[in-house]
Design a protein around this ligand. Structure first.
Ligand SMILES: Nc1ncnc2c1ncn2[C@@H]1O[C@H](COP(=O)(O)OP(=O)(O)OP(=O)(O)O)[C@@H](O)[C@H]1O
Ligand SMILES: [Mg+2]
Length: 159
């Protein structure tokens, strides 16, 4: 890993920009739950964290139907930054929430897109977040969307 200090808001903006065309085409709102002018300095591997955001937003935008919303939030707390990606998609059945992190696991293979998606995205997300000493979790109810949240260490240890 190439750990350095960087502003997570910049990475978040860049990743959101990449999904703008896809969201517009689908008729989805891409929202930001953070202050664009307020830096959120993380101590991490920026390329890998960008990959994490790409994978989570890709899932969220794909899962969300027209008229829905995907929101990327950053919250700086004491020694870490909480990052969450919330969507208004179909949600994930409780019995499958622990399985989606496995390589090649996909929910309801008949319903999901057939041509793309190998089921690796979340396994990669979990590996990268855990390599930074963080953890990633999902909160979801069928019919009420999903929220994926992970934590990253910040620049200074203030405690
Ligand atoms: N935001 C979400 N809403 C609903 N289901 C989701 C969401 N994110 C992931 N899933 C389910 O979890 C499965 C695994 O996700 P993962 O990102 O690992 O693979 P993928 O998106 O199918 O393929 P890849 O990421 O390799 O392109 C998905 O196929 C989908 O069924
Ligand atoms: Mg994926």
């Amino acid at each position: 890993m190439h750990t350095r200090e960087f502003d997570l808001t910049e990475i978040a903006e860049r990743v959101l920009g990449k999904f703008k065309p896809m969201a517009a085409e689908k008729g989805i709102i891409l929202a930001t739950g953070f202050d664009r002018k307020e830096p959120a300095v993380a101590l991490a591997d920026s390329d890998r964290i960008e990959q994490v955001l790409m994978n989570l937003l890709d899932n969220a935008v794909r899962a969300t139907p027209a008229g829905g919303k995907v929101e990327l939030s950053l919250t700086a707390i004491q020694n870490e930054i909480l990052v969450s990606v919330k969507d208004s998609g179909p949600g994930i059945p409780p019995g499958e929430q622990h399985l989606i992190w496995e390589r090649f696991y996909k929910i309801d293979k008949s319903r999901t897109r057939s041509s793309s998606g190998t089921g690796l995205g979340l396994a990669i997300v979990k590996d990268i977040v855990e390599a930074h000493g963080g953890s990633v979790k999902v909160a979801s109810k069928p019919g009420a969307g999903s929220t994926f949240t992970f934590n990253l260490p910040t620049k200074v240890n203030k405690s």
